[in-house]
Write a protein that binds this ligand. Structure first.
Ligand code: DHE
Length: 520
């Protein structure tokens, strides 16, 4: 594969007047040495994003040079300025903007060739094959260290089973069918359907080369996959993961875009996606009878011809926005989308009106809205979001859209969580010297009431609550890590389960019931 890759490089170097062959070979060697492990030998993305010109439209070359030298905030991208000199960094930057000599695509044929039917759930048990008091209080914990998932009993707070996952699962797994099935997405495009009750995989398919996340329709019939590479949204049949539609993500002029993320808006029978390179939000209806002739649908639904063959079965509505939405979040009613670009321009989009209603939401820095949560504060609903660039949690009134408070933290944070049955919201300090700290905020006073350091020197991150909100589970983000269980009222540690770089953890009940304290 490497030999082929070198040949590809040499051809591209010959085609590129800005690179002589010697520089290209040098850059390729540097790339393979320093970048390929995360970004893939052919730049297709892995733990890190794909590094191809089509995916770098928003990153100008001087900015790329800066990222290679100094790292990229809020990502795992380290700084290379101690290992590479300026000429080497510049050569690498040139290299990632060279076009691949063959077009990179992932077609329906590729998907079908990758499809694996593991087990037919119809032949398996409809009840858990293990002892569990409350199947709705199960948790899945993603262990990034060795790419495994642990199934945890939320009552006994003990592991039940541990199984291998695809490489680098990212984003929340999505539950369906009352919690029997769960769907995972890996960064390299694999979608897996797992039968929790039977501890078995149902089916898998590679739906993209570099994937963001997936959403499952609230009726459990469809899965939508958001890709970075190629620029597509892929609709799968949730029963067997066979592809139903591949939507090229382009604007009216034909410009294509990566997808920031896709979520399910149950009250709208729709998937909602935001785009990274086109200022649009997409709503894709999966209703059996989408609103006929609804103004704004690109494909007006024709009830007479609206079957799976017409292209109209899953109509698309485009909503123009003022800036890219790199990250976004919904109110509990799924009327408003609260979004922000990486540069921190916040906006509110009204899904009823189909337009931006607040163009200048006060969210400077880099709010991590995907981890935003809501609660009632002094008679109004507020949203709170950590910030990937600044040491603060922003609290915003969801009626006036004014900032209620910026809560100063010990550094930028990634994840925030609460539960209806606790007065506290937890936020990590993922970046910087205090990355081992987690703040507990009182939702009534908006003050930090406790700062915990469960494993000094090791990153502490991502909290999830048991179904009843009685316990908070926190990750020690280390290969020699652990899941730490706290009493959510006394804030005292209850127990510690060793785990290999545990990342996100997901409670079946809280997720299926769209708890206001958890991401959806
Ligand atoms: Fe995530 C969720 C985007 C980096 C761990 N992350 C999400 C989601 C998005 C997103 C859009 C929501 C998807 C969903 O749940 O369906 N993440 C991004 C980025 O753009 C960013 C900043 C850069 C990137 O590399 O893609 C990024 N994320 C990371 C990490 O570096 C983390 C810490 C480790 C990792 O896995 O790579 C990380 N992201 C997570 C986790 C969730 C997540 C654990 C699920 C949170 C939840 O509770 O639902």
């Amino acid at each position: 594969m490497y030999r082929l890759f070198i040949a590809v490089l040499l051809v591209s170097a010959m085609l590129s007047p800005s690179l002589d062959a010697a520089t290209a070979v040098n850059a390729e060697a540097l790339y393979l040495q320093h970048c390929a492990a995360c970004h893939h030998p052919q730049r297709l993305g892995g733990m890190g994003p794909a590094l191809l010109p089509g995916n770098l439209k928003r990153l100008r070359k001087p900015a790329a040079i800066d990222v290679i030298g100094n790292g990229r905030v809020a990502t795992q991208m380290p700084a290379f300025d101690q290992q590479l000199d300026a000429a080497e960094i510049a050569a690498l930057a040139d290299y990632i903007y060279t076009r691949p000599t063959t077009a990179i695509d992932w077609t329906e044929t590729d998907m079908l060739a990758s499809h694996i039917a593991h087990n037919n759930p119809a032949n398996l048990s409809a009840r858990p094959v293990f002892e569990v008091a409350d199947p709705m209080n199960l948790f899945l914990v993603v262990e990034l260290g060795d790419h495994h998932v642990t199934l945890l009993d939320g009552d006994r707070l003990e592991p039940i089973h541990r199984f291998r996952s695809r490489f680098a699962l990212h984003g929340g797994p999505k539950y369906a069918a009352g919690g029997r099935f769960v769907y995972f997405a890996s960064r390299d495009g694999w979608i897996s359907k797992y039968d929790i009750y039977n501890l078995k995989l149902v089916a898998e398919i590679r739906a993209g080369i570099n994937t963001r996340n997936l959403a499952v329709s609230h009726d459990g019939r469809y899965v939508m996959v958001a890709n970075y590479l190629p620029h597509t949204l892929v609709l799968l049949d949730a029963s067997d993961l066979k592809p139903l539609r591949i939507l090229p993500v382009t604007d009216a002029a034909g410009n294509s875009s990566r997808v920031s993320a896709v979520y399910t808006a149950a009250p709208r029978d729709s998937f909602i996606a935001a785009l990274k390179d086109i200022p649009e939000v997409w709503q894709i209806s999966y209703a059996d009878n989408p609103p006929p002739g609804f103004s704004g649908w690109v494909h007006d639904y024709n009830p007479e011809s609206g079957d799976a063959d017409t292209g109209d079965r899953f109509p698309l509505r485009r909503i123009a926005v003022d800036d890219y939405l790199d990250d976004f979040f919904f109110d509990q009613e799924y009327v408003s989308i609260i979004g922000a670009s990486r540069e921190g321009k916040g906006q509110v989009v009204d899904l009823d009106l189909g337009r931006v209603v607040v163009p200048d939401l006060a969210l400077p820095g880099m709010p991590h809205l995907g981890s935003g949560i809501t609660w009632e504060y002094e008679g109004r609903t507020v949203l709170a979001t950590p910030n990937l660039r600044a040491g603060k949690v922003s609290v915003i009134d969801m009626e006036s859209w004014q900032n209620v408070r910026d809560i100063e933290t010990l550094g930028p944070g990634f994840f925030m969580r609460s539960h209806e049955n606790t007065p506290y919201a937890w936020v990590d300090v993922f970046f910087g010297p205090n990355r081992d700290a987690v703040h507990v905020i009182d939702k009534r006073s908006l003050e930090i009431v406790r700062t915990l350091r469960p494993a000094p020197g090791k990153t502490a991150a991502h909290v999830e609550f048991t179904r009843d909100g009685r316990y908070a589970l926190l990750s020690i983000w280390d290969e020699d890590g652990a899941l730490v269980v706290y009493d959510a009222a006394s804030l005292e540690e209850v127990k510690r389960l060793p785990m290999n770089k545990p990342s996100g953890k997901y409670n079946v009940y809280n997720k299926l019931n769209l708890s206001a304290g958890t991401s959806h």
